[in-house]
Design a binder for this molecule. Structure first.
Ligand SMILES: NC(=O)c1ccc[n+]([C@@H]2O[C@H](COP(=O)([O-])OP(=O)(O)OC[C@H]3O[C@@H](n4cnc5c(N)ncnc54)[C@H](O)[C@@H]3O)[C@@H](O)[C@H]2O)c1
Length: 371
């Protein structure tokens, strides 16, 4: 079996990916620091990460990452590890530059020095910023991150894109050969500071990951939770007799230029994302070149439409209130996924109804009755 290192593999998207990758014949080694987080989140991460070889390690610890690469000899890596809260990044940019850029860059370098040539990296639609004027966003759209979160992801993208050019010009460093033999040839091992990132990388810009794989005990567990679908489901739980008092979902703005006035977003099922990552790994391992690819569903749903779909699945009204707009929230953020189809032969197979049914099912079992 082909070993792959999966940084952040104990988190939401990473755990779904590891589950699918194992089914497809890869042997994931999860590299995840598990904490810091609440006890609830850490317990979940430890449990799902522990299904695979688990290295509890920060991706910024180059020495430990180097040692585990030498031990496990992965043929490729996938990097999900990051902090993911846009609001937190605005309040504390330094935390995000440290965690999402400096630590990620050390991880990239440890991979390159260790001879790992292929990397699939999680980026985000946040690199497009407020993206005004576009019906659906293709990869060539102007990049204009509106938060430190988006900026740090863009910095990682540039680092990875720069790696292939640097390796091509650095004397004596040839990282683009076709052989996948281990150990890495001396030209790589001796690359030293010239090797700062794997030369073959695929950058995925996700739109809104959502849904779950309840049969595998996997789902979305963040704390705090800022994503619409789990937040809406949580309000049902709190409003139920078993819950802890009233809770209301705040919709930020109802005066956008959309059919019902609420923001339109693109929700892609986490298992479809996992499929895309397997396709991406296979693409790189078959010699595919560096690229940047959007991953979304290609369809937009308004906040009101998502809430209505949750009400249909659960048979319960979601209590909502209308709050003010949030700064930087675009009216419409939907992916053009033509490139993913063309380059990877990938297209999402699950729709909004599957996303919501799976998320409700997961939260019922994971959090207890109420929704
Ligand atoms: N969830 C979404 O809708 C979404 C959208 C766009 C992009 N993304 C990106 O996808 C990736 C995964 O998101 P998620 O929702 O699964 O997040 P998550 O918080 O559930 O998972 C992230 C995992 O990375 C680990 N981690 C964080 N920093 C680490 C470090 N320095 N060293 C080791 N482990 C570390 C955490 O412990 C956690 O297990 C992130 O890079 C995020 O920016 C997510």
């Amino acid at each position: 079996m082909d070993t792959i290192v999966v940084a952040g593999g104990a988190g939401y998207i990473g755990s779904h990916f590891c589950h699918l990758a194992a089914e497809r014949g890869f042997a994931p080694v999860v590299v995840d620091r598990i904490g810091p987080g609440t006890d609830r989140v850490e317990a979940y991460r430890r449990a799902v990460g522990g299904r695979f070889a688990l290295e509890v390690c920060d991706i910024g610890d180059e020495a430990r990452v180097g040692a585990l690469i030498a031990r496990h000899r992965p043929i490729a890596a996938v990097c999900f590890a990051a902090l993911i809260e846009v609001g937190e990044s605005v309040a504390n940019p330094g935390l995000y530059w440290d965690s999402n850029y400096l630590r990620a860059a050390r991880f990239f370098r440890a991979l390159a020095v260790g001879g790992v040539r292929h990397l699939v990296f999680s980026s985000t639609a946040a690199v497009y910023g407020s993206a005004t004027g576009a019906v659906s966003l293709a990869e060539g759209h102007r990049l204009d991150p509106a938060s430190p979160y988006g900026l740090t992801k863009l910095a990682c993208e540039l680092t990875l894109q720069g790696a292939s050019a640097a390796h091509n010009v650095a004397p004596g460093v040839q990282l683009d050969h076709a052989s996948s033999d281990w150990p890495p040839p001396p030209s790589i091992a001796a690359a030293g500071p010239a090797a700062f990132a794997p030369p073959s990388s695929l950058i995925f810009r996700y739109f809104n990951a959502a849904g779950a794989h309840p049969a595998a005990g996997l789902g979305e567990v963040h704390d705090p939770e800022s994503h619409l679908i789990p937040r809406a489901i949580a309000t049902l739980r709190r409003a139920s007799p078993a819950g802890e008092g009233e809770a209301v979902l705040t919709i930020n703005g109802e005066d956008y230029a959309t059919p019902d006035g609420t923001c339109m977003r693109d929700y892609v099922h986490v298992l479809d994302l996992a499929e895309a990552h397997v396709a991406g790994l296979e693409y790189l391992l078959a010699g595919g070149g560096n690229d940047v690819v959007n991953l979304g569903s290609g369809s937009g749903y308004s906040i009101r439409q998502v809430v209505a779909a949750i009400e249909t699945v659960t048979g319960q009204p979601v209590p909502v209130r209308i709050g003010p707009r949030r700064a930087g929230d675009p009216a419409h953020l939907v992916a053009d996924i033509t490139k993913a189809q063309r380059v990877l032969g990938w297209r999402p197979r699950r729709g909004l109804a599957d996303i919501i049914a799976s998320a409700v099912d997961f939260h019922r079992h994971h959090d207890g009755p109420g929704a």
